[in-house]
Design a protein around this ligand. Structure first.
Ligand code: MET
Ligand SMILES: [Zn+2]
Length: 395
């Protein structure tokens, strides 16, 4: 049960407050060796999740998202996973853990649904909605504070998700994983946002797939279109913590480094200051992170917005704004870096000889409606992989 005194998401946003989101769970847990890239969510992970939620809370996050990314029954069955847990069990455990940690601070619990293999495989609207409904039943039972439809490449599916989530009467946020070029069917960010608001989402924006400033730019386009249509909404952004200047409309999924070689692209904490300020300046008030975001990235967002938030997060005790914590460093030249203008102007070297600054995205251009994207339940065989390997070689 939610403690009565915690103020809701709309109450906070309506009052003009900044709400800080959490970070990238699937990527963080994959690196720590607890989830597999692709299926991502496959089982409850009590102690690991509790610790990660706590780290984001300590870093200043006001929202604990349930670790339910891709935890719909159709995705869990996907690609031959032999699972010992049902979707309902995984979703319920995720809600309990998020609530346990949220109650340790002033945080809210958000139940999340994401795009489904059923949609990509061209199943009907009612089939896809039934998948969302199953996850939603658990979120209602566990009384999450609000709902997020996140990581949708096609606005049509996101609208279906919002329509289902709305039935609960809980606040609904919707974020697409798109950039300025729009969704995978070519619908512009502005049109996507208008459709989501009309479907009933009170908070709209983007998550994942692109770097922070590209995501902020995309949400700015959404905001302009929603306002032009005479509608009202709150805005939200949860970008990657990777630089993606070379991406096409499919975002970082198309980069050759995805998902196991992205490290050289990670944003520094100082890049995060710039992101947080940009997002705030365009009027976005729910500011968080997605893949690549570690707790220290969220701490940087919270530090940049400390004046607006009315204070620093607990984790800043070990940091000090703009490197102030270096005052006690052993080496004098490092102590000399305990100041804002040093970190604000420092250009980090990549340290990687012979590496290009940018990559060429794969650009297979496969999306919903394309036979190659029909999802299967069986594990992919070597025979099925071979033509894919060959195609990559010829690119
Ligand atoms: C691939 S996007 C993943 C979003 C999810 N909220 C996570 O952080 O894990
Ligand atoms: Zn992500």
């Amino acid at each position: 049960m939610a403690p009565a005194k915690v103020r809701g998401i709309l109450e906070r946003l309506d009052a003009g407050e900044v709400v800080i989101g959490d970070g990238g769970f699937v990527f963080a847990l994959e690196k720590r060796g607890y989830v597999k890239a692709g299926p991502w969510t496959q089982r409850p992970l009590p102690s690991t999740l509790r610790q990660l939620h706590r780290e984001f809370l300590r870093a200043g996050a006001n929202v604990m998202q349930t670790f339910t990314f891709y935890a719909s029954d159709d995705k869990l069955e996907n690609r031959g996973s032999k699972l010992s847990f049902t979707g309902a069990q995984i979703n319920a455990a995720a809600c309990d853990l998020a609530r346990e940690v949220a109650s340790e601070g002033d945080a809210l619990v958000a139940g999340g649904v994401s795009q489904t293999p059923s949609y990509l495989s061209c199943k009907s609207e009612s089939d896809v909605k039934a998948i969302f409904k199953k996850q939603l039943d658990v979120f209602v039972d566990k009384n999450v504070d609000f709902l997020i439809a996140e990581y949708f490449e096609h606005v049509e599916e996101a609208v279906w998700a919002v329509e289902v989530l709305k039935e609960t009467k809980k606040p609904v946020a919707a974020t697409l994983c798109i950039g300025p070029k729009g969704d995978m069917h070519g619908v512009s960010p502005g049109d996507c946002a208008v459709r989501l608001v009309k479907a009933g989402a009170q908070i709209v924006g983007v998550n994942c797939h692109f770097d922070p400033l590209t995501c902020v730019e995309t949400v700015k386009m959404m905001k302009a279109a929603v306002e032009k249509a005479g509608l009202k909404a709150h805005y939200m952004v949860q970008p990657l913590a990777f630089h993606t200047p070379d991406c096409n409309c499919q975002g970082f999924i198309d980069l050759p480094e995805f998902p196991f070689g992205l490290e050289p692209r990670i944003l520094t904490r100082w890049d995060m200051h710039k992101y947080a300020r940009e997002a705030y300046n365009v009027g976005i008030r729910y500011i968080g992170g997605c893949c690549g975001f570690e707790p220290y990235h969220i701490r940087a967002v919270a530090e940049e917005l400390a004046a607006e938030k009315g204070g620093l997060p607990a984790a800043s005790e070990k940091h000090g704004t703009w490197g102030a914590g270096l005052e006690m460093h052993t080496k004098p030249w490092v102590r000399a870096r305990a100041r804002r203008d040093y970190w604000e102007n420092m250009k980090p070297a990549s340290g990687r000889p012979l590496c290009p600054a940018m990559s060429t995205p794969d650009g297979w251009g496969v999306t919903k409606g394309d036979a190659d994207l029909i999802q299967q339940k069986e594990a992919t065989t070597q025979d099925q992989l071979k033509p894919l390997f060959d195609r990559t070689k010829s690119n």
